[in-house]
Design a protein around this ligand. Structure first.
Ligand code: ACM
Length: 264
């Protein structure tokens, strides 16, 4: 199958423009599965919760998800994308999976909120679910979830072949760390990050590092892009590689786990 990412440079608050830019890039990509960044439609640095509520969309019903569903149908592609999701007066930092026939398949709400996100978003209340999209089983986690290995482990133990990882990375560690997440679980990981900067809060200028990447189950970085260009990339991957959990004939990353000693 062909799997890829779109690295974007959203403009804060310009939902339609950001969505149309992403749609154009998805349409130009030959892929069965494509991953977009975290909060791809709104931008990242909300000044307060009211601003986030105002720009967020109701589950499965807003401009971004509607356009993604249209695009999935037209291009016969599965899309994972991060967006601000409104539920009553709560806002979640969420990720959706949409499919060509299915429309909205699943929503994941970011479990581990980063820094000031804790002042804006409600902490996620969804499980780390895995979805069968025919050519692969996929799971979602969002950006800072990377530093909690249990997130990727849970998805892998539930059968994910590919971890889709919408991100808005500002710290430098994640691209390297995701190589380990792939190796220790023997899964593909696709981190879709954004570029550009946002300085909407005085003294807190955020620069996003780009470096979107696809990593194979043996830790090979199939492709990592740079930090300056918005671009989409897709690659042929063999999902079968993610279903072999042995690293030697006598070592299996799942069945060798000494759960009996992991008493916390
Ligand atoms: C992050 O979780 N957006 C760093």
């Amino acid at each position: 199958m062909k799997a890829g990412f779109i690295q974007t440079s959203p403009i804060f608050g310009r939902v339609r423009e950001n969505v149309e830019d992403a749609v154009k890039r998805i349409r130009a990509l030959d892929a069965d599965l494509v991953v977009l960044p975290e909060l791809f439609s709104t931008g990242y640095q909300f000044r307060n919760r009211a601003e986030a509520l105002n720009l967020a969309e109701d589950t499965g019903a807003g401009y971004a998800v509607t356009r993604l569903m249209d695009t999935a149908r037209d291009m016969k592609v599965y899309i994972v994308a991060g967006l601000a999701e409104r539920v009553g007066n709560r806002v979640y930092n969420s990720s959706v999976l949409v499919g060509p026939r299915e429309g909205l398949i699943g929503t994941y709400r970011k479990a581990h909120l980063f820094w000031n996100e804790k002042k804006i978003f409600a902490a996620g209340d969804t499980d780390f679910d895995v979805y069968d999209i025919g050519k692969a089983r996929v799971g979602m986690m969002i950006c800072f979830d990377w530093i909690f290995p249990e997130a990727a482990r849970t998805l892998a133990l539930k059968g994910a072949d590919i971890i889709c990882h919408p991100s808005n990375l500002v710290l430098p560690y994640c691209p390297q760390a995701m190589i380990t997440r792939s190796i220790e679980n023997r899964v593909f990981s696709i981190t879709a990050n954004r570029i550009g900067s946002e300085g909407r809060i005085r003294g807190r200028n955020l620069k996003f590092i780009g470096q979107s990447q696809i990593v194979a189950p043996d830790g090979t970085v199939i492709f990592r892009t740079g930090g300056r260009k918005a671009e989409g990339k897709s690659f042929e991957i063999s999902v079968k590689e993610a279903r072999r959990k042995n690293i030697t004939p006598l070592n299996n990353v799942f069945t060798d786990r000494r759960i009996d000693l992991f008493n916390l």
